[in-house]
Structures are given as C-alpha cells and as structure tokens.
Design a protein around this ligand. Structure first.
Ligand SMILES: NC(=O)c1ccc[n+]([C@@H]2O[C@H](COP(=O)([O-])OP(=O)(O)OC[C@H]3O[C@@H](n4cnc5c(N)ncnc54)[C@H](O)[C@@H]3O)[C@@H](O)[C@H]2O)c1
Length: 364
C-alpha cells in the first residue's frame, strides 16, 4: 500500500476510513479490496475523468465484476434532481444491486450528487469518495452529507450517507486552477479559525508555500480532515457543535443562489460569508485581533470583487436556507480564534448590516 496518512471517522452506521497521500495510485490501492467482485459505478464529470480517471481507478476496474463510468455535467450543474434521476436509471439499467459500489470521482459537486444517489438508490448502497479538488478533499467528502439543489435553494434536498472510504491523492491537485485551489483553502481557513488555533497560525505562516506548484499538501489535507472529523463524531446530525462548519455559509449559500452561475466559486462565496459573519460578530464583543487575522488570510486568498447584488433577494435566500428554522436562520458568529457562538439575530439588524456589506465589503 502506498504511503499515506490514515484517519477514521466513527458514525452511527459504521466507520469511514480516510487515506491521504501523494500519488494517484493511492485510490486504486485503497479501494481494490472493497470493490473486488462488485459492480462499480463511478460518478464523475468528463474533464476530471480525462485528467486523472484511469491513473487513479484502473486498479479498481481490474478487480470489479463490472465497471461503469457515469459522467454528469461539470460543476454545480450536476446537482439537480434531473441529473440524480438520470443516475438512478443508469445504475438500475447497469444491474446495480444493494451491494454494488458507487465511487464519486471529482470535486464537491460530483461528490454531492453521487453521494445523494448512493444514499437513496435502493435505500443506500456502499459509497467511496475520491475527491479531486482541495475543497472536496478537506471538506465536502468528509462527514456524510450529500445534497442536490433546487432553483434558488442551494443543497435543499439531501441525505446523510457516510462513505466507507475517502481517498485523497494530493497529486491530482497539481492540475487544479489556482483560483480553485484558493477557494479550497478558504474552507481550511474556516475550520482552522473556529476549531484549530494551531492550524490557523500554521496557515498564517505557510499559506504562500501551500499555494505554490508542487507543494506538499498531505499534512494540510489531513489536518483539515482531522478537525472536521472531531466535530462530526461529536455531533453527527448537526444538532449543536457541527453548526460551526456553517461559518460563512449562511450568506455564502445566498450569494451562490442569487448571483449568476459561476460568478463566485463556493469557497469565494464562503469567504465573503465569513467576512460578513465577522462584521455581525463585531457588534457583539469579538476578540480583538480576530478580524485582522482572518481578513489577512482571506485577502491572501484573493477572492474576486463581490459582484453587485441587491439586499432583498439575498435576504430571501437567507431565510430559505435549509438551516433556517421558522424563527429565522442561526448565524455562526466567531468570538475569537477557536471560539464561536450560534445566534439568532433580528431581521432588521441583518438587513442593515447586509446593506452596508454589499455596498463596501472591505470596509465592513
Ligand atoms: N457535502 C458537504 O458536506 C459539502 C461541503 C462543502 C462543499 N460542498 C459542495 O461542494 C461543491 C463545491 O465543490 P468544489 O469546490 O470541489 O467545486 P466543483 O465540484 O464544482 O469543481 C470545481 C471545478 O474543478 C474541476 N476539477 C475538479 N478536480 C480537478 C482537478 N484535479 N484538476 C483540474 N480541475 C479539476 C471540476 O471539473 C470543476 O470544473 C458545492 O456544491 C458545495 O455545496 C459540500
């Protein structure tokens, strides 16, 4: 077996084994035993499969009883009920049974639609994620959540369905455009800011090196996974602590849902969401220095300027957010590095702060 960091996530239905290493052969090596003699359905998108598919998964194809590559549209366009229905039908037509295997091979969007289909087809078939973006390696592939979107309601329909395996080979990140790499690092900054002060300080020291071509990112991916695993094990179904992972996502999802497709990447929208949540937190007693440190890291990740957006549609999306209850959304607000609170805020306070934020995000 190639050299790798190995982690485990224990959950109500078993254990997820996670492997993080450099070489692309890691995926085949980690999954061959699990896939041997089974019908394997790989959910992927054409560009990712062409870049890395065979190098990562040929060893799985060799031992599977059948091996079918199911391509979905690239990016967010994959996360629709129509694409999910198409996958159910193709798996059925391909002889998919309760003990078949679904492997997702791609970024968080592919992982979400593939995980959703695996969690619902025949009430759930065994799943492995082979994430190929930094964002998916550090975040989306870990924790068992999978969702598709409805128009104007990001991730509105979903399931909890834990993968049996998550295999992250950092060599595949070499082909990731720098903008995608930076957007993935935003989710690492998010987890580090509220969960892991040591990782936060490490990011401040080594961010530029992590962005360089050929950087060793195995330690980074494993550290971010470890932080998320701790939270998910303590609060698997998001009744309390797991909410922390939504830092930046309340406004982030609203931006994604209300801006034209592709205007901001997920991580970029979350970066603006974190800045906004921090501005809300400032009025409630935020540790001195937090905002400067978070802002410094996010500025180094260089998100594109916030496109013009109106407050009213953003507020509607925020209220429709799937995390919102009848009495409004729960905001994850930092109180300092490694510390946070969940708060419900008056609609008028959010509306006023948002009006100022969309006008001038940097000044907020
Ligand atoms: N389920 C969860 O817990 C969870 C958590 C966080 C985010 N998400 C979801 O993840 C999605 C975002 O994921 P993402 O940022 O990975 O975006 P993505 O899946 O849209 O992928 C981004 C782009 O990168 C390309 N790509 C992927 N791997 C590549 C590689 N190795 N080299 C070159 N190009 C590559 C893809 O083709 C795509 O065009 C969002 O839909 C978000 O809601 C889910």
């Amino acid at each position: 077996m190639p050299e790798a960091e190995r982690l485990e996530l224990r959950h109500a239905t078993g254990v997820t084994e996670l492997a993080v290493g450099r070489g692309r052969e890691l995926a085949g090596a980690a999954l061959a035993g699990w896939a041997a003699g089974r019908a394997v359905f790989v959910v992927t998108s054409a560009p990712i499969w062409e870049l890395h598919g065979r190098a990562c998964l040929d060893a799985v194809a060799e031992v599977a009883s059948s091996f079918e590559v199911l391509a979905v549209p690239d990016g967010e366009a994959a996360k629709t009920p129509e694409v999910a229905a198409g996958l159910w039908q193709r798996i059925l037509a391909g002889g998919g049974k309760r003990d078949s295997r679904v492997v997702t091979f791609g970024g968080g969007a592919v992982g979400d639609v593939g995980g959703f289909v695996a969690g619902t087809y025949m009430r759930g078939v065994p799943l492995a994620h082979v994430p190929t973006t930094l964002l998916a390696q550090v975040d989306a592939a870990v924790g068992g959540k999978a969702a598709i979107s409805l128009p104007g309601a990001k991730n509105a329909v979903g399931v909890f369905h834990h993968p049996r395996h998550v295999v992250a080979a950092t060599a595949v990140l070499e082909t990731l455009p720098p903008r995608q790499l930076k957007a993935g690092l935003v989710e690492v900054v998010k987890a580090a800011a509220l969960l892991d002060p040591r990782l936060f300080a490490e990011l401040e020291r080594s961010l530029d090196g992590l962005l360089a071509a050929g950087a060793d990112r195995v330690g980074l991916v494993a550290a971010a996974q470890r932080a998320k695993i701790g939270v998910v094990e303590r609060d698997p179904e998001e009744h309390g602590e797991r909410r922390v992972l939504n830092f930046g996502h309340t406004l982030g999802h609203a931006l994604e849902a209300s801006l034209p497709p592709g205007a901001l990447l997920h991580g970029e929208a979350v970066a603006y969401g974190m800045a906004f949540a921090t501005a809300l937190a400032r009025r409630r007693g935020l540790e001195a220095g937090f905002e400067r440190r978070l802002g410094g890291l996010l500025a180094r990740l260089d998100p594109p300027p916030l496109p013009a957006c109106a407050v009213a549609p953003l507020l509607r999306c925020i209220e429709r957010d799937k995390k919102a209850r009848h009495d409004g959304p729960v905001w994850v607000l930092p109180t300092g590095v490694g510390a946070w609170e969940a708060a419900r805020l008056p609609r008028s306070e959010v509306a006023d702060a948002l009006a100022a934020f969309v006008e001038s995000p940097a000044a907020c």
